[in-house]
Write a protein that binds this ligand. Structure first.
Ligand SMILES: Nc1ncnc2c1ncn2[C@@H]1O[C@H](COP(=O)(O)OP(=O)(O)O)[C@@H](O)[C@H]1O
Ligand code: SF4
Ligand SMILES: [Mg+2]
Length: 319
């Protein structure tokens, strides 16, 4: 049984200017121990999907259809959200801005040990000892000093290491990481990605890793789902997607990554604007930007079909 099953999930924002269909019928399965990337450009609904899985959609947003099933139980649907007990323990979150995830008036040691005391029932001394070990595990050079620091005394990279330490501390079943390195300097980004990869690869936990950068997916994830305008348009082993992208949108994403040794390849940039999510294009949502558009594409919506055990694509070119 997968640890996470998302079935036909629809999350809409009811705004004064219209209904934003941010997540519009997403199916997603994550096995235990699987690291799965969600890749798509800004505005495609990645964060809404992640927040929906975590049960954290706020007004004006709402789950209008479908369900989120965690470890065999429905935890979020339009009928109710039951994730509170899982959050911070069996499901943990890492966001783009580490400082907003940390409590500004508590030291790092207090925050980690409080999480451990609350979730694992440890006493204060045991919790501090584990906190120290966790800070070493996330390669913080002087854990003793950091334990006694407040978040504003840490650099962005150090703060994100602390957030990762907290996210790992309860041995969660699922970690949801939403662009965890996007707010950091480029050199720090690479270090944090390397750290994150080594930490998740050594564990049994499942990861949902959200990024706009397909090359990050190759570094981090076993499997990748490509999201466009609220829908998943392609899915597969990350390696397969890199070797042979099927959906024209994935092809465009991939060719916009400069690759060493492929300098003769003409870069196909993605022309046109991402669609407005209040009134997305009819038929295939990518059709206004697609160089391979067929007669049927602006009339009928392509559904996600299985091409192999690992590969799925939603495009009329594949029948
Ligand atoms: N709180 C909100 N209220 C209204 N619209 C929102 C809200 N949050 C996100 N959206 C809209 O939902 C769509 C998907 O956004 P988001 O999930 O943040 O995408 P991504 O993370 O891929 O950039 C966008 O059109 C965005 O403007
Ligand atoms: S369904 Fe048609 S418009 Fe959409 S990506 Fe495929 S070929 Fe292009
Ligand atoms: Mg986002």
């Amino acid at each position: 049984m997968p640890i996470l099953e998302v079935k036909n999930l629809k999350i809409y924002y009811f705004t004064p200017s219209g209904i934003v269909k941010a997540v519009d019928g997403v199916d997603l399965y994550i096995e235990r121990g699987e690291t799965r990337c969600i890749v798509g450009e800004s505005g495609s609904g990645k964060s809404t999907l992640g927040m929906g899985i975590a049960g954290l959609i706020d007004h004006p947003g709402r789950i209008v259809d479908g369900e989120v099933i965690f470890d065999g139980k429905i935890v979020a649907s339009k009928n109710g959200i039951y994730t509170q007990k899982l959050l911070g323990r069996r499901i943990t979150l890492i966001f783009q801005d580490p400082r907003s995830a940390l409590n500004p008036v508590m030291t790092v040691g207090e925050q980690i040990s409080e999480t451990l005391q609350h979730n694992l029932g440890l006493d204060r001394r045991e919790a501090y000892k584990i906190a120290y070990d966790l800070l070493r595990k996330v390669e913080i050079p002087d854990p003793e000093r950091v334990l006694h620091s407040y978040p504003h005394e840490l650099s962005g990279g150090m703060a994100q290491r602390v957030v990762i330490a907290i996210a790992l501390s309860t041995e969660p079943d699922l970690i949801i990481a939403d662009e965890p390195t996007s707010a950091l300097d480029v050199t720090v980004q690479a270090e944090i990605l390397r750290l994150f990869r080594s930490l998740v690869k050594s564990g049994k936990r499942s990861v949902l890793f959200i990024t706009h950068d397909l090359s990050v997916a190759l570094e981090i994830c076993d499997t990748t789902s490509i999201m466009y305008a609220g829908k998943i348009v392609e899915e597969g082993l990350t390696r397969e997607i890199f070797e042979k992208p099927l959906h024209p949108y994935t092809q465009a994403l991939l060719s916009s990554i400069p690759r060493i040794g492929l300098k003769t390849e003409k870069l196909m940039s993605i022309s046109g604007e991402p669609p407005l999510m209040i009134e997305p294009p009819k038929g295939c949502r990518f059709h206004p930007r697609c160089p391979f558009k067929l007669e049927i594409c602006d009339k009928q919506e392509p559904i996600l079909i299985n091409l192999s055990e690992t590969r799925r694509v939603a495009c009329h070119l594949y029948k």
